[in-house]
Design a protein around this ligand. Structure first.
Ligand SMILES: Nc1nc2c(ncn2[C@@H]2O[C@H](COP(=O)(O)OP(=O)(O)OP(=O)(O)O)[C@@H](O)[C@H]2O)c(=O)[nH]1
Length: 283
C-alpha cells in the first residue's frame, strides 16, 4: 500500500474522531491529543518506509497504542478501568523500546561507517601502490619507461641533458654469479645514480639500460663513470654512457636514439679497453 494512501487513511480517521469529539463536547485537550496522535502516526508511516526493522515497527506501534489508550481513557475508563492502568506504562515502554531500537540502529550504522572508512583507506593505499607500480621499476625503485615518456612530453627543457647508461658485461655477471647478484648490481647502480644526482630524475628503461635527465652538464664524465663503476667492478661490470643535449620540443624517441648511439661509441671504447686490460693480465 502506498504511503500517501496510508496518510490519507490516518488523517481521515483522525478527522472523523476529531469531529465526533467536538460533537460529544469533548475538551480541547482531548481534541488536541487526536491531532498529536495523527502526527505521530504520519511519522510512523514515514519512518517505517525508511527503517524496515520489524522490532522498530513493533515498538512504534506499541507506543501508538499507549497514546491511543491515553486519548480514550476519559471516555472508556469508567467501563474499562484497565485502560487507565495500562495507557501510561504502554506509552513509556513503547518510548523506551523506540529509543533502544534507535540506539541499536545508530550503533550498527556507526560500525558500518567505520568499516567503510577502513575500506576507503585500504583502496586509497592500493591506488597509491598501483600508481607507484605503474610509474616505477619494482626492482630499483627508479621511474620506469612509461614515466620517462610521460615526463618527457610534459617537460619544457630550457637546458637539460639526457644521459643514457648501459651496463657492460652484465649478462656475463648474471650467468656467472647468478640472477640475484645481477639484481643487486642493478639496484646498486640505481642507488649510485640517485645518490650522485638526487635532484634529477633517473629512469630504468628496462634490462640494464638507464636514463638520467640532468639539469646540468656533468663536467668530468670519466670521474662520474668511475663513481658508478666502483661498486660493480668486482663482478667485472662497468658502465657505458652517451649524452644528448635536450631542447624544447625534442622527440623522446629521437633523443633516446641519439644518446644510445653515443653510448655505443663509449661501449666500443670500453670493450677495447677491457680487451687491453685482459691482455695485461696475460702471463
Ligand atoms: N638479474 C637481472 N638480469 C636482467 C634483468 N633484466 C634483464 N636482465 C638480463 O640482462 C642482460 C642484458 O643483456 P645485455 O645488455 O646484452 O648484456 P651485456 O653483457 O651487458 O652486453 P653488453 O651490453 O653488450 O655489454 C640479459 O642477460 C638479461 O637477461 C633483471 O631484472 N635482473
Amino acid at each position: 500500500m502506498s504511503r500517501w494512501l496510508l496518510h490519507g487513511i490516518v488523517w481521515t480517521a483522525m478527522l472523523i474522531i476529531f469531529v465526533t469529539l467536538i460533537q460529544l463536547d469533548a475538551s480541547w485537550a482531548d481534541c488536541e491529543e487526536v491531532i498529536w496522535f495523527g502526527i505521530y502516526l504520519s511519522f510512523f508511516i514515514e519512518i517505517c518506509s525508511c527503517v524496515k526493522k520489524p522490532f522498530f515497527v513493533f515498538s512504534f506501534a506499541f507506543f501508538s497504542l499507549g497514546l491511543l489508550l491515553d486519548i480514550l481513557d476519559s471516555y472508556f475508563a469508567s467501563s474499562f478501568p484497565i485502560i487507565n492502568v495500562l495507557d501510561t506504562p504502554i506509552k513509556h515502554i513503547g518510548l523506551i523500546l523506540i529509543c533502544y531500537c534507535l540506539l541499536r540502529i545508530a550503533k550498527s550504522r556507526l560500525s558500518k561507517i567505520e568499516q567503510l572508512r577502513v575500506e576507503i583507506e585500504r583502496r586509497i593505499t592500493l591506488e597509491k601502490d598501483l600508481r607507484f607500480l605503474a610509474y616505477h621499476d619494482e626492482l630499483t625503485g627508479l621511474f620506469n619507461r612509461r614515466a620517462f615518456f610521460e615526463h618527457f612530453e610534459q617537460q619544457h627543457f630550457d637546458q637539460a641533458y639526457l644521459y643514457y647508461f648501459d651496463l657492460n658485461n652484465f649478462k656475463n655477471a648474471n650467468d656467472k654469479y647468478g640472477h640475484h647478484i645481477g639484481d643487486e648490481l642493478l639496484a646498486t647502480f640505481s642507488h649510485s645514480l640517485s645518490r650522485l644526482y638526487p635532484n634529477d630524475k633517473a629512469y630504468r628503461l628496462g634490462g640494464d639500460e638507464f636514463v638520467l635527465i640532468c639539469s646540468e652538464l656533468i663536467d668530468d664524465i670519466e670521474l662520474f663513470k668511475q663513481q658508478l663503476d666502483q661498486p660493480l667492478v668486482k663482478y667485472m661490470v662497468s658502465v657505458s654512457v652517451g649524452m644528448q643535449c635536450l631542447k624544447s620540443g625534442d622527440d623522446p624517441d629521437h633523443a633516446l636514439h641519439l644518446a644510445d648511439q653515443k653510448m655505443y661509441i663509449d661501449k666500443e671504447a670500453n670493450r677495447s679497453r677491457f680487451i687491453v686490460n685482459m691482455f695485461d693480465f696475460q702471463p
